[in-house]
Design a protein around this ligand. Structure first.
Ligand code: UT7
Length: 337
């Protein structure tokens, strides 16, 4: 292989509106559902999340992606005309047609790019990075914009306290560029896996072509998330830990070689359990779930961006991205920053 891929810019964007646990407690109380700030904090680590105003064109999924992409382009010193490929990881597209990637291309004026969405739920950003890397390695593509963006709140069942407290809206972006295969700074390796047998753990029955949303199905909230949280929790801890160990092993590294873990931000307890299992101190784990909740495909790029911009992640360091999501899907990617 003559080429490798390197992330040269990152960016993120969130809606303005903060939704605190206290406000959720009041909202659910009106619906006759009991929860508390203490329960949410202790069981998830989440204090607040951002919720976009979908009446505001600046807070659509593709608009958050646009803001994140602009910041990533600026960091990389690139313009929209430099982008060959746009990959938008999302499970909450602006519209089913066209893709959110095409909406973003339209907003950016990236006229030389081809654009497509990827839906791998919370693992989507890693699936997007891996896809970008493969196109770059063939020499077909020089510069890719990968976005993980979500506006999840329209899909939440606000009477289901098990799931509605977890999620938020936001977008993160990365510019991925071609570098020589022996470059120090590059994606080192990646692993993807899905297990469609576990579809029932997290799914949305209606709204796709298999089940049109009718008034009756709408009233039964079949077009909202259904989640078996406890089961996902167990699979997530085991798989994230296994993927992390595998990534290090295949690069002949040990846990001491890892500078940073950027895990999917679903629940602080999942993140802490994974760190404990792989014997990585929490000081080496990037966490932002307390402020944004689970933003699905956006958690990893936004957490990565934050740590790059505040100087925690430094040039030459080894960073592992590690995710799981509905599907179920899993993915990890090891890189040298
Ligand atoms: O990106 C992938 C998306 N999904 C996930 O990552 C989900 C992963 N799972 C989780 O994060 C956790 O399993 C949850 C946060 C969903 C639930 O936490 P848990 O510690 O696994 O709680 P549990 O399901 O064992 O429930 C314990 C109790 C139950 O009551 P009973 O049966 O013991 O009386 C629940 O009904 O807590 C109750 N409960 C709540 N109580 C107050 C569940 N949600 C709430 C709530 N407020 N919001």
């Amino acid at each position: 292989m003559d080429f490798a891929a390197r992330i040269t810019g990152t960016g993120s964007a969130f809606p303005k509106n903060r939704l605190s646990n206290a406000v959720i407690v009041k909202r659910l109380a009106k619906l006759g559902v009991k929860t508390s700030d203490t329960w949410i904090r202790e069981r998830t680590g989440i204090l607040e999340r951002r919720i976009s105003d979908v009446e505001n064109p600046a807070e659509l999924n593709s608009s958050l992606g646009f803001s994140a992409a602009q910041k990533a382009l600026e960091m990389a010193g690139k313009s929209p005309e430099d982008i060959d490929q746009i990959i938008y990881a999302t499970c909450s597209p602006d519209t089913l047609l066209p893709s959110t990637a095409c909406w973003l291309q339209h907003k950016l004026g990236a006229s030389k790019a081809w654009a497509m969405d990827i839906n791998a739920a919370c693992s989507g950003f890693i699936y997007g990075l891996v896809t970008a890397e493969k196109f770059i390695q063939t020499g077909q593509v020089r510069t890719t914009l990968v976005v993980g963006g979500e506006v999840l709140h329209p899909f939440l069942n606000w009477e289901d306290r098990n799931s509605c407290i977890l999620f938020g809206d936001g977008a993160g972006a990365a510019i991925v560029e071609r570098v020589p295969a022996d470059s120090t700074h590059r994606i080192l390796s990646s692993n993807l896996l899905s297990d469609g047998n576990l579809w029932e753990l997290f799914h949305m029955p209606a709204g796709g072509s298999n089940m049109e949303v009718t008034p009756e199905r709408y009233s039964r909230k079949l077009n909202k998330y259904k989640m078996k949280g406890k089961e996902i929790f167990k699979v997530a801890v085991k798989t994230l830990a296994d993927f992390a160990v595998h990534a290090l092993n295949e690069n002949l590294m040990t846990i001491d070689d890892l500078d940073w873990l950027v895990p999917h931000q679903a629940n602080l307890r999942i993140i802490e359990a994974v760190a404990k299992r792989i014997k990585l101190p929490m000081e080496k784990v990037i966490v932002n779930v307390e402020r944004y909740g689970n933003t699905s495909a956006a958690t990893i790029p936004t957490a990565l961006d934050e740590a790059v911009r505040d100087g925690r992640i430094k040039s030459g360091q080894t960073v592992l991205l590690d995710a799981f999501g509905a599907g179920l899907t899993y993915g990890s990617l090891l890189l040298r920053w």
